[in-house]
Design a protein around this ligand. Structure first.
Ligand SMILES: CC(=O)N[C@H]1[C@@H](OP(=O)(O)O)O[C@H](CO)[C@@H](O)[C@@H]1O
Ligand SMILES: [Mg+2]
Length: 548
């Protein structure tokens, strides 16, 4: 062990010396920065950590994904994936931060501290699956990570360019998590989800007002590139026209995040009245739907809509299957207030609110037999507990059940194969939404008619140190700086259906402001007023926010 660790330190010093005095933190989305060119040493060290994580899990495969998701093309980042395909355990985030910020001479001792703290058996083999998005900086960073893994004695499965959710899926497959997984290859992934999708669709792709055709905005990232391979499996079951498929700049005026935040259609997708359009983000783990009506008005169907659509359908199948399974839906404070009322009052599904970040949603969803979780921005999936999986799979083979009950149970079982349970997956989520719309015979307007969103606005405020803002109650209440929450409460009172909260971003050096109210003008005004008090009380930099 001593030899390996001292070699790791030597190679680090020679090839990947620590750059600059900046400290970096493993946050909501792993390490992510504006300065991808200086990230080599971080990737080298994350490679080292991934080997330790694999060893600490008895040699299970660990994932290492290089991406900055929806952020601009020059940014980049990395996150680790645990053996079940889930996000890195929170306790290890601290190790990641410590290792990334250690000086070059401390590198060996920082590693040994982790080995000791986690009682890691050095002899255990390690396997790390590496994936990258389409950014120009990704190949160099992947090389640094691979060097780290190999120098530390780990084995590498290099998947090259993949979507983030594909890598999560491969990790779960290699570790044989759940009977539902298949071959850890791109082909295995598409075969599994698309075979199930086609089975649910039967031989009739049309149904009622549902038309089997979508326009796909790939954000010029990995999504459209990979879906092109998937189309070979889809055949006529769903026609997908690909746009922003890599010829333009990544995430620039397109993609799920742009659409959600700017509330407008992307560039690069032709305007076709009432056509169902989907938009994914740069690493294809988020998806939103939109359409433009005959009066050229833009309509967004975001993560909350997707969650309610899926939960409503699952609720119906659960009732019909009579298996007594409990369904729950998980949201964050960014969920539109109307969606929350619709879920609890109309769908009558229990709804929980957790802090921003997929790991929190995923964790909470797993408390239910069947958990649906979505961030409003379109990141989400459905999880099935082992108990639910066993119940559904065995009932689906029980031919003595009444036809209706058996059909609902079989549908649930097949649906499980369309779902990537490890993490939000734009391609898999699209196929689930298409399945529900097809089953219901709905157009996108029918889907939208289920409830009316409250108009809302998000703003960013630049402050000296965003950590001065501390929150509680799933980020809905601000504890510091003193007086800020009182001011927000006073402002909110002036707006019918008003709601607003602020929180420090985990991925950007800013404070986010969210506001919703009865009209768009009110939501805009409330957001601006709250942004002003944040600027005033939380050390705003530059001039106070003004209307755009
Ligand atoms: C309001 C919003 O959309 N926040 C996003 C964003 O986090 P922030 O902590 O808000 O910067 O990026 C996260 C990672 O992709 C995602 O989980 C989250 O939902
Ligand atoms: Mg993403």
């Amino acid at each position: 062990m001593a030899d390996v660790v001292s070699n790791v330190k030597k190679v680090g010093l020679e090839k990947y010396p620590r750059q600059g005095p900046r400290n970096i933190q493993y946050g909501t989305a792993g390490f992510r920065t504006r300065w991808a060119e200086d990230l080599d040493y971080v990737l080298y060290r994350v490679g080292l950590l991934a080997v330790l994580r694999s060893k600490s899990k008895g040699g299970a495969a660990i994932g290492l994904m290089i991406t900055a998701s929806h952020n601009p093309e020059p940014d980049n980042g990395v996150k680790l994936i645990d053996p079940f395909g889930e996000m890195l355990q929170q306790r290890w985030e601290k190790f990641a931060t410590r290792l990334a910020n250690a000086s070059d001479t401390e590198l060996d001792s920082a590693l040994l501290e982790i080995v000791e703290a986690e009682s890691i058996s050095w002899e255990t083999q390690a396997l790390v699956c590496v994936g990258q998005d389409t950014r120009p900086s990704s190949p160099g960073l992947a090389q640094a990570a691979v060097t780290g893994i190999r120098t530390m004695g780990g084995k590498v499965n290099d998947y090259g360019i993949v979507t983030t959710p594909m890598l999560h899926y491969f990790v779960a497959c290699i570790n044989n998590i759940g009977s539902a997984y298949s071959e850890p290859t791109e082909d295995g992934y598409f075969k599994k989800i698309i075979t199930a999708f086609k089975k649910l669709r039967g031989d009739k792709p049309e149904n009622g007002k549902y038309v089997p055709s979508v326009m796909f905005d790939g954000a010029n990232g990995v999504g459209a590139m990979k879906l092109e391979a998937g189309l070979l499996h889809l055949h006529d079951s769903l026609q997908v026209q690909l746009y922003n498929n890599g010829t333009g700049q990544l995430n620039y005026k397109c993609g799920a995040d742009y659409i959600k935040v700017q509330q407008c259609a992307p560039v690069g997708v032709p305007q076709k009245s009432n056509a169902r359009c989907v938009s994914v983000d740069g690493d294809a783990d988020r998806i939103v739907y939109y359409y433009i009506d005959t009066h050229d008005k833009f309509h967004l169907l975001d993560g909350d809509r997707i969650a309610t659509l899926i939960a409503g359908y699952l609720m119906e199948l659960i009732k019909k299957s009579d298996l007594g399974l409990q369904l729950g839906l998980v949201q964050t404070a960014y969920a539109n207030g109307s969606s929350t009322s619709y879920i609890s009052k109309t769908l009558k599904v229990p709804v929980a609110c957790v802090p921003t970040g997929v790991k929190h949603l995923h964790h909470k969803a797993m408390e239910y037999d069947i958990g649906v979780y979505f961030e409003a921005n379109g990141h989400g999936t459905v999880t099935f507990s082992d108990f639910a999986t066993r119940c559904i799979c065995s009932a689906a083979e029980d031919l003595s059940l009444p036809a209706d009950q058996l059909h609902a149970t079989e549908t649930l079982a097949t649906l499980m194969d369309v779902i990537n349970q490890t993490v939000g997956d734009a391609i898999s989520d699209m196929l689930i939404v298409e399945t529900v719309l097809h089953a219901r015979g709905w157009s996108i307007e029918d889907w939208e008619a289920t409830y009316t969103d409250l108009p809302n606005r998000q703003l960013k405020v630049v402050v000296k140190d965003r950590r001065v803002i501390e929150t509680t109650d799933a980020e809905r209440v601000c504890v510091t700086p003193a007086g800020l929450q009182d001011q927000i409460n006073m402002l909110v009172k002036n707006f019918p259906n008003g709601r607003s909260f602020v929180r420090p971003s985990g991925t950007e050096d800013i404070v986010r402001v969210y506001a919703e109210a009865d009209t768009q003008a009110s939501a805009d005004r409330l957001a601006l007023q709250v942004a002003s008090v944040v600027h005033q009380l939380a050390g705003g930099i530059g001039s106070p926010p003004v209307p755009e």
